[in-house]
Ligand binder design. Sequence first.
Ligand code: ZN
Length: 434
Amino acid sequence: MFFNKEIECMSRKEIDSLQLERLKWTVDYCYKNVPFYTKRLDECGITAEKIKSLSDIQYIPPTTKDDLRDNYPFGLFAQPVKNIARIHASSGTTGKPTVVGYTKTDLENWAECVARIVVAAGATPDDIVQICFGYGMFTGALGLHYGLEKLGATVVPNSSGNSEKSLMFMRDFGTTGIVATPSYALYLAELAQELPFPMSDYKITLGLLGSEGCTPEMRNEIEKAWGLFATDNYGMSELMGPGVSGECRERNGLHFCEDFFIPEIVDSETLEVKDKGEVGELLVTTLCKEGIPLLRYRTRDITRLNYDSCKCGRTGVRMDKVIGRSDDMLKIRGVNVFPGQIESVIVADSRVGGNYQLVVRREGYADTLEVKVELVDATLLEKFSELERLQKELFHRIHTVLGIKCKVTICAPKTLTRFEGKAKRILDLRNEDN
Ligand code: ZN
């Protein structure tokens, strides 16, 4: 099933030529309508005429979240506010939020992208989909809402909170799909199991999960609890909201809507474009956006692009699930290491808990990495052979994922300091005297 087969299955040659045409339009549009870009493009001498091929995009300086913050609230808008049909904002956990504006055309394009992604995930016009994201300034709920409506599905704007009532609607309406964060989908399942209604009263077969990370184990748990099929989608308010890329039923990467976006992978330190298939930071250029077009926006997300053909027939390039944030990146013996890669190994092993610490040292001229993990069961400390086996297994799995060797230290339960967020789990002792 496709929402827009002609576009979703274009040949690479057709995609390239469409992207080139739209890139030139966007550069010209930014230059003429956003003073920030006029100045920046003048500084590097880029004009739409100078762009002869897609690879010329690398000469355009990237745009950052700070650029958005520095121009708060409407400084990067390419249209006067009277032409803006809707405004959204990011949560802004630090400092000012980032504010984005959509013209009527932008809203239509957004709904188109989301419609394609939900169809790729298996949604049909017959579905009744309950949106359990919070509405408000956040783009997640309204983005999925309009995309599902465009498809012709029946949308229930449930929002989050009042979970028992949400479950009642699911039973009474015969809801077939839910939009939720993975953790809320799991919470709803646990609550449903406590209520005096059998799980067979729920008809949910499709889970459109998003807005937070989901490990394969968590996804399995959600699917088992509800009896549904879950897919992941990717987006961010700066670029549009949900609908930038999404998984098809093959679940082997997230297809981009390449007629609306150009994704690139760069080295997050040098900003040089990486070779096809290499891991690095994702940069995205919007191609048709009128409200707030962005050139080479630095997402800070670390991933990889896969241009191989997909069994589903869609030709849009696929990105891997995000493995980390460039802000969290560690460089060990010349290799880029992301705490998320190590975390994926740790959470997959039930013998150790989710809390961990990474210690980086310099010994002689070489960097070393120590991974400290906590046991779940303290009695394992007395079983030397089992402990040794666990340590060896973790060592090998981390070596496979990172490509470098590191020391694995197994600690007693609840002995490591607890931190929120990945960055604080890193103890980098390389610049200290030792
Ligand atoms: Zn596919």
